[in-house]
Design a protein around this ligand. Structure first.
Ligand code: XUL
Ligand code: CO
Length: 439
């Protein structure tokens, strides 16, 4: 196969002093930070759909980025994408990728034919992954693009659509197992509603849970050992998505007894669409033992949709990596760049520069997060803030031994609360700046 990205060189670490745009300034893959290489900490992955497929088409205009790879027909295109993906991942030192079934092979007239195409391309992927030492972070099924899914997949009012979704997910899990995937993601796609005037919400949620248990149990039967993730998102494409945010998903999983079977895949842009910070969603996942994997991108807070930009906000990546380090790091998960270059950044060099920006931004986030942990003042501040629970009445509350009568007697004896210590938000924000930027 010809080279697909002749203008993209092999990218390596050159440090902050370099003026070479095709170099990492902060990401030094083999450098050890607290016992692990940066490569092991960050586990960067390429999203096949954006990187190999998306050409910049939006509702106002056609593609701006050529992603035809010189192919003569759709299956030739699918094969060429495999080689192109390996070349790009090699050049950018990306070890992992993620895919939907529909990203790797075009859908045929029937599901049977589509599955044959998937078998052929996954054989090629398996061979090339071995040759290039690439790993699958997670696989998934696209149950939202085709017109059959216009009312949802597992939550569709039409039972035939439910059956189709189950069959597609079954196949996508088989492909994930075949390619040695560490995870399998369920993103709700169109699992939501536009209006309650035509929607039986209770039945739709029941069906969604049933689809999850059917497919995940099947995965275990065929030897899937990785993690299942749910990826919360509040809106887009439907007005109200059932997997609104981390807390909603955890509540849903508990209702259906599925909480032990799933972790969460937190996406930065989905967090902000839900009116949360990225860190909030990660924290909710972490404290509920559901931290799994991350879709690393960022939104534009002035826009109300999922812009899927490459992450360049070092403040956000720092707070993210703090959560990741506090969670003990990734196990099966990693940082998947569910991100695309802007429509006007339409060259292969832009693609490389976008990955470099995203990888450097997370590498910087990891370095600063570790500095914050070493510094210790933030963590100490939070510990001190709750120190009233370490003795006296506070200790009895913390140990859940206090009775309501005892608390009343204590409150009466106090007369009034006389000590309420400042939260010192502005001091802490300045402390963050001094650790991040202090020279
Ligand atoms: C959609 C989204 C998906 C999932 C996988 O917003 O994030 O690409 O990550 O289906
Ligand atoms: Co995503």
């Amino acid at each position: 196969m010809n080279e697909f990205y002749p203008t993209v060189p092999n990218v390596s670490y050159e440090g902050t002093k370099t003026d070479n745009p095709m170099a990492f300034r902060f990401y030094n893959p083999d450098e050890i930070i607290v016992g692990k290489t940066m490569r092991e900490h960050l586990k960067f992955a390429m999203a096949y759909w954006h990187t190999m497929c998306a050409d910049g088409t939006d509702m106002f205009g056609r593609g701006t980025f050529c992603k035809t790879y010189g192919a003569s027909d759709p299956m030739d295109l699918a094969r060429r994408k495999v080689y192109a993906a390996m070349e790009l991942m090699d050049k950018l030192q990306l070890d992992y990728f993620c895919f939907h079934d529909a990203d790797i092979a075009p859908e045929a007239e029937t599901l049977g034919e589509t599955n044959k195409r998937l078998d052929e391309i996954s054989d090629l992927l398996a061979e090339q992954m071995k040759a290039h030492n690439k790993k699958l972070l997670w696989g998934t099924a696209n149950c939202f693009n085709h017109p059959r899914f216009m009312h949802g997949a597992g939550t569709a009012p039409n039972a035939d659509v439910f059956a189709f979704a189950a069959a597609k997910i079954k196949k996508a899990i088989e492909l994930t197992v075949k390619l040695g995937g560490n995870g399998y993601v369920f993103w709700g796609g169109r699992e939501g509603y536009e209006t309650l005037l035509n929607t039986d919400m209770a039945q739709e949620l029941d069906h969604m849970a049933y689809l999850l248990s059917l497919t995940t149990e099947y995965g275990r039967q065929i030897g899937f050992k990785g993690d299942y993730y749910i990826e919360p998102k509040p809106k887009e494409p439907t007005k109200h998505q059932y997997d609104f945010d981390a807390a909603t998903v955890l509540g849903f999983l508990r209702t259906y007894g599925l909480d032990k079977s799933f972790k969460l895949n937190i996406e930065a842009n989905h967090a902000t669409l839900a009116g949360h910070t990225f860190q909030h969603e990660l924290r909710v996942a972490r404290i509920n033992n559901a931290f799994g994997s991350i879709d690393a991108n960022q939104g534009d807070l002035l826009l109300g949709w999922d812009t899927d930009q490459f992450p360049t906000n070092a403040y956000d990546t720092t707070l993210c990596m703090l959560e990741v380090l506090e969670a003990g790091g990734f196990t099966n998960g990693g940082l998947n760049f569910d991100a695309k270059t802007r429509r006007g950044s339409n060259t292969p060099e832009d693609l490389a520069l976008s990955f470099i920006a995203g990888m450097d931004c997370f590498a910087l986030g990891l370095r600063v997060a570790q500095k914050i942990r070493e510094d210790g003042r933030l963590a100490q501040f939070v510990r001190d803030r709750y120190s009233s629970y370490e003795s006296g009445i506070g200790k009895r509350i913390a140990q859940k031994q206090a009775t309501i009568k005892e608390l009343e007697d204590y409150a009466i004896s106090l007369g009034e609360v006389t000590t309420n210590i400042s939260g010192r938000q502005e001091y802490l924000e300045n402390l963050m700046n001094s650790i991040m930027f202090g020279c």
